[in-house]
Structures are given as C-alpha cells and as structure tokens.
Unconditional design. Structure first.
Length: 120
C-alpha cells in the first residue's frame, strides 16, 4: 500500500494522471478511495453459460464500492458467441446481469479480433 500511495500522490496525480485497479478485487477495500477506476475481466456470465468464469458473480460484487463512489468499472466478458449476437434479446443475456449493474461492459471473443459488442 505504501508503494501505491507513492504512485498516486507523488507521481500520477501531480501529473494529472488517473490510477486504476485491474483484476485486483482483493485490494478493493484498501484502494478504491485512491484509484479513479477499475478494470475487470470475466467476473460474470450469462444464465446457463457452461463456460462460466471460475471467479463468478461474487467477484463482480466486490467492485460495487467503485459504482457507489460513481467511479467507472470497465468490464470485459469474453465469449465465442459475440460475432453471432444478432438482436437485443441475445445482447441482454450478457448486458442485463444484476451483478454488473453500473459497469461499462464490452463483449469480446478470446481471439481479440474485431468482433465486439457494447452493452448499452
């Protein structure tokens, strides 16, 4: 925590840079007040998904302090169905999850190609 404090107070903020937390949900209670945003990958899965994240919805819930402080949570879910989503109902399976309410969610394929869906 001392090092993060140094980075935030002596390096990033004096240079008008934002500091974020990426995939470090265990640190949220200690750093959410220091950091301006969080990035998370695969903390949620749509209902019935057999290839669901091993971390699960409890990981999404740990990021709620950012939402409560009106700080952005940038959330990415990887799913091979992304290029085949053709209507709002299919998109809602990914985007209307209670565990990711308040997040900015992007859906990508694991291949990280140009197939991308953005949740409204």
């Amino acid at each position: 925590m001392d090092y993060l404090g140094f980075l935030v107070n002596k390096t990033a903020h004096p240079l008008n840079l934002a500091v974020g937390l990426k995939n470090g949900v265990k640190l949220v209670p200690d750093v959410s007040w220091w950091t301006e945003f969080a990035v998370n990958e695969e903390c949620a899965s749509p209902p019935g998904d057999t290839d669901s994240s091993p971390r699960g919805p409890n990981e999404c819930n740990t990021l709620v302090p950012y939402v409560n402080k009106q700080k952005p949570v940038l959330h990415v879910e990887y799913d091979e169905a992304v290029p085949h989503i053709t209507n709002a109902t299919e998109l809602a399976l990914f985007c209307d999850l209670k565990t990711t309410a308040g997040f900015s969610t992007v859906l990508k394929r694991k291949a990280l190609d140009d197939n991308t869906e953005y949740c409204p």
